[in-house]
Design a protein around this ligand. Structure first.
Ligand SMILES: [Zn+2]
Length: 378
């Protein structure tokens, strides 16, 4: 791997604390940076209306996997068909893959899934696109890294080589503190996240939202990145009328208490935004809490296509040590120069309204037992 040509954007999922990726079979712990800044090359002259880097696209096109007459990948690796039946439990006996129109599922030996797991993944991808006004069909712009190697020892090497489809990895639920994560062409999930789709798929929503955004933008920093994913997670929970318990720590808890100090934004919103944006690591809730507020404000104030605008404009920049400055400039270019001041003015009433809406929405879901109750108020 040539480091200077790689964008490593590890976006690690939410509630759990520290992250260390682990190559289990080798028994080594792979330390990855919590949030490495991508180094992008030859990006500075991309015209505003056509921000896709043509060279990368051309390179990727040459890598396309061989397909049969139906467009299915010809591969030497074990593959499975899925019945679509939610009642069917499938025990995966060997590492294998499933191909769909827009994604691959890669299953690790030992995971348990249901027959309709692919149906849910297809639906989640579609709903995320509708909600965020972004598209999975854009080519991944930042990276040619195929992250499967971390978990499958270079198996499936002839599959999805051009990364035109999303790689969704379903791994055994770990016993250590390893957590789910995503990059521009991969979502890493555990079988616990997808085994009971009717109960909760919030982690899948969250990680696939990261893939969707990262697939078409440069890194936008933790606040925007986690904000977009958390916003999508909440919106789609409401749409499907399921409890958005994982959002509680970022919105307000079920007693309608704010868990985030918004007052920092009232006097100096720029400084507060920078402060939360420069938090790295995933042991802090602040980037998520700031993020869901900021993304909610952006969509309400600048319209539903504002995230798409931000993603496109981000492609015009090369990232360097002035990373936060650049992200703020991208946001301003996509919105208005006074966007942060407006956010500061919006927060007291604007967010209060959303907090109350959240509390009202969640009040229909009575905690069923002590465990639910403590989860909801965590
Ligand atoms: Zn995340």
């Amino acid at each position: 791997m040539k480091k200077q040509n790689i964008s490593i954007v590890f976006i690690v999922c939410t509630i759990l604390s520290l992250f260390s990726g682990c190559d289990k079979e080798k028994g080594e712990t792979l330390k990855v940076p919590a949030y490495a800044v991508p180094s992008l090359y030859e990006r500075t002259t991309i015209p505003e209306n056509e921000p896709e880097p043509p060279r990368k696209k051309e390179e990727l096109k040459n890598l396309a996997s061989e397909t049969d007459e139906y467009g299915k990948t010809i591969s030497k690796w074990p593959s499975i068909e899925l019945s679509g039946d939610p009642e069917e439990v499938v025990e995966i006996g060997q590492d294998c893959l499933y191909e769909d129109d827009r994604f691959f599922l890669f299953f690790q030996k030992g995971v348990s899934i249901r027959g309709d797991v692919a149906v849910h993944m297809e639906r989640i991808m579609r709903e995320l696109e509708e909600e965020l006004h972004l598209s999975f069909d854009r080519d991944p712009v930042n990276s040619e890294i195929n992250w499967r190697f971390l978990y499958f020892h270079n198996a499936f090497s002839d599959v999805n080589r051009d990364l035109s489809k999303v790689n969704i990895l379903i791994l055994n639920t770990p016993e250590n503190d390893e957590i789910e994560w995503a990059a521009e062409n991969v979502a890493v999930l555990f079988d616990k996240d997808v085994f009971s789709p009717q109960a909760d798929l919030s982690v899948a929503y969250h990680e696939l939202a990261h893939v969707l955004q990262l697939r078409q933008s440069n890194s936008l920093g933790t606040v925007l990145t986690e904000g977009i994913a958390t916003y999508a997670e909440y919106k789609l929970s409401v749409k499907e009328n399921r409890p958005a318990r994982s959002c509680a720590a970022y919105v307000r808890d079920e007693r309608n208490l704010s868990l985030y100090d918004e007052s920092r934004f009232y006097d100096d919103p720029v400084a507060a935004f920078i402060e939360d944006s420069e938090i790295t690591g995933f042991h802090e809730d602040k980037p998520y809490q700031c993020g869901i507020r900021f993304v909610t404000f952006l969509v309400e104030t600048y319209g539903e296509d504002v995230l798409d605008k931000i993603c496109r404009i981000s492609l015009r920049f090369e990232y360097d040590e002035t990373y936060t400055d650049m992200i703020m400039r991208v946001i301003k270019d996509a919105t208005s120069d006074d966007v942060f001041e407006r956010f500061g003015r919006w927060l007291p009433d604007g967010w209060k309204r959303y907090g109350e809406e959240y509390a009202r929405y969640m009040s229909q879901f009575e905690p069923r037992n002590q465990e639910d109750s403590s989860q909801a108020c965590a």
